[in-house]
Unconditional design. Structure first.
Length: 426
C-alpha cells in the first residue's frame, strides 16, 4: 500500500474596510478555489516520490522491489531510472493543478510519467478522469459553450468548447453503439423505432434530416437492469442494426413502429421471435393513410382513434381481430385504398402480444423509445441549428449511452476506486 502525507501551514486573511462582512461567502469561496489545487498538487508530489522510491529506489540507492506500475510500451515492471521532471498542467474536479511530473526511463528506451498513469490520465491528455466524465455529462445536456461555463463554475477549470466537441467525438468512438454486445439473458421484449435529427448537408427545401434508428431490450421487473440499449445508428440502413439486435435472441416479442424496414430487420436479425406492431403507431399511421384517401380531418381522427382503442384495450386476441376485420371491411367498402392496404400489411402483427400472453402484460408499444427520442431531439435539434453528420452521430451516441447506462459508458472515464483521503486540522 502506498501512502502519501503532506503537511503545510495555511493562513487565511479575511478583511473588511467598514467592519461589515458583506460578500464573505464569495471571499471564502475564492480562498477555497485557490487553496484546494495547491494542497492537491503538494500531496500528489509526495505520492509521486513514493512511487519513484518503490520503482527506482531512494535517490542514489538501487531499487529493491518490483515497481507498482509497468512500462506502457513493453510492460516491464522493473529496471526503471529517473529521467528528470517536466511541467504539466492537469485540469481536474479540484481545479487546475500545476505539476512538475517526474519522468522515468525503461530499458526499452521509452520515457513516461508514472504519476499520470496512476491518476488515470491518458497519454497527451490534460483532463483527469473525473472532470472528463463530468464534462461528458454536461455536454449531453447543454450546448458546448454553456457546458464549458458550468464546468468552470463547478471545478474552477474547463477546456474550451472546441475541445469539448473533440472530447465527445472520442468518447463516441469508444462507446461504439454500432458494435454488438455480448448475449443478454432474461430479455422479455425488443423495441425498435426511429426518429429524425437535423444533421448533414441539406437535401432540399423539404429536408427533414437523417434517420436515427434505436434498438433496446426490456427485462421483467426484478431480473436486473430493466432496460438495455442494444444499439443505434444515424443515417445508416436498418440492416446495419442487425448485429446489435442479435444480443437479445432470447426475447419473447419484438415491437416495432411498423415500417417495412423495421419489419424486415426483425425477420432477419431475430428470426422466430413474434413481431408486434406498436399500437400507438397503428393509430397514427391509419390517420395518415386516411388523409391520403381524402377523408376529412374530424372523421379520420375519429376512425383512427376508434380502431386504436379497440386494439389497445382489447381483452383478447379474438376481439382485437374482430375490430381489425371491421375496420378493413369499412375501408374496402369506402374504397379507402391506402388505408385498406396498410391494414392488410399490419394485420398479422396487431394482436401478437395478446396471443402470447392473454393477460396483456407483454410490451405492445414503443413508448419507452418515444420518450428517449424526445430527449435526443431536445439536445440535437435546437431551433435554428444543424449539426454535421459526425457531430450528430457522436452526440446521439453519448446521450443514448448515458441515458441507458450502456456498459461502455460505465467503463468510460471510470473515476471510482479505493483511493481515500483524510484531513486533520489542529
Amino acid at each position: 500500500m502506498l501512502k502519501a502525507e503532506s503537511t503545510c501551514v495555511v493562513q487565511v486573511d479575511l478583511a473588511s474596510p467598514d467592519g461589515a462582512l458583506g460578500g464573505w461567502e464569495r471571499a471564502l469561496a475564492e480562498a477555497r478555489a485557490n487553496l484546494v489545487p495547491v494542497i492537491a498538487s503538494r500531496v500528489l508530489a509526495v505520492f509521486e516520490e513514493r512511487l519513484l522510491e518503490r520503482a527506482c529506489g531512494a535517490r542514489r540507492h538501487p531499487a529493491s522491489d518490483v515497481a507498482p506500475f509497468g512500462c506502457p510500451r513493453c510492460g516491464a515492471d522493473c529496471g526503471f531510472r529517473r529521467r528528470g521532471r517536466r511541467p504539466r498542467a492537469v485540469l481536474s474536479r479540484v481545479g487546475r493543478l500545476q505539476l512538475r511530473v517526474a519522468m522515468v526511463g525503461c530499458r526499452c528506451g521509452h520515457r513516461f510519467a508514472p504519476l499520470l498513469g496512476a491518476l488515470g490520465i491518458e497519454p497527451h491528455a490534460r483532463l483527469a478522469p473525473g472532470l472528463t466524465r463530468r464534462a461528458l455529462e454536461l455536454c449531453s445536456e447543454l450546448p458546448y459553450a454553456r457546458a464549458a461555463g458550468q464546468l468552470r463554475r463547478e471545478a474552477g477549470a474547463a477546456p474550451s468548447p472546441r475541445s469539448l466537441g473533440r472530447l465527445v467525438r472520442r468518447a463516441a468512438r469508444r462507446i461504439a453503439l454500432n458494435q454488438p454486445r455480448s448475449p443478454l439473458g432474461g430479455i422479455e421484449a425488443v423495441l425498435v423505432d426511429e426518429t429524425r435529427v437535423r444533421a448533414g448537408p441539406r437535401k432540399g427545401a423539404d429536408d427533414r434530416g437523417r434517420e436515427l434508428k434505436i434498438g433496446i431490450a426490456l427485462r421483467p421487473p426484478g431480473l436486473g437492469q430493466r432496460i438495455e440499449l442494444l444499439g443505434a445508428n444515424l443515417a445508416d440502413s436498418w440492416a446495419a442494426l442487425g448485429p446489435a439486435l442479435r444480443a437479445a435472441r432470447g426475447a419473447r416479442i419484438a415491437v416495432t413502429d411498423g415500417e417495412w424496414g423495421a419489419r424486415a430487420l426483425i425477420a432477419t436479425a431475430l428470426p422466430g421471435i413474434p413481431h408486434q406492431v406498436c399500437t400507438f403507431h397503428v393509430r397514427h399511421s391509419l390517420d395518415h393513410r386516411l388523409w391520403q384517401d381524402g377523408v376529412p380531418f374530424a372523421r379520420r381522427r375519429a376512425l383512427a382513434s376508434r380502431l386504436g382503442d379497440a386494439i389497445e384495450f382489447a381483452r383478447s386476441a379474438e376481439s382485437a381481430q374482430q375490430a381489425l376485420d371491421a375496420a378493413l371491411s369499412q375501408a374496402e367498402r369506402q374504397r379507402w385504398r391506402h388505408a385498406a392496404r396498410h391494414l392488410r400489411e399490419v394485420a398479422p402483427h396487431l394482436a401478437t402480444w395478446l396471443r402470447l400472453d392473454p393477460t396483456g402484460q407483454l410490451a405492445h408499444t414503443t413508448s419507452l423509445l418515444e420518450r428517449t427520442m424526445r430527449e435526443v431531439n431536445r439536445r440535437v435539434d435546437p431551433a435554428g441549428m444543424r449539426w454535421s453528420l459526425e457531430g450528430a452521430r457522436a452526440m446521439t451516441a453519448l446521450v443514448l449511452a448515458r441515458r441507458f447506462g450502456h456498459p461502455r459508458w460505465v467503463r468510460l472515464c471510470h473515476d471510482r476506486g479505493p483511493a481515500t483521503s483524510r484531513v486533520r486540522i489542529s
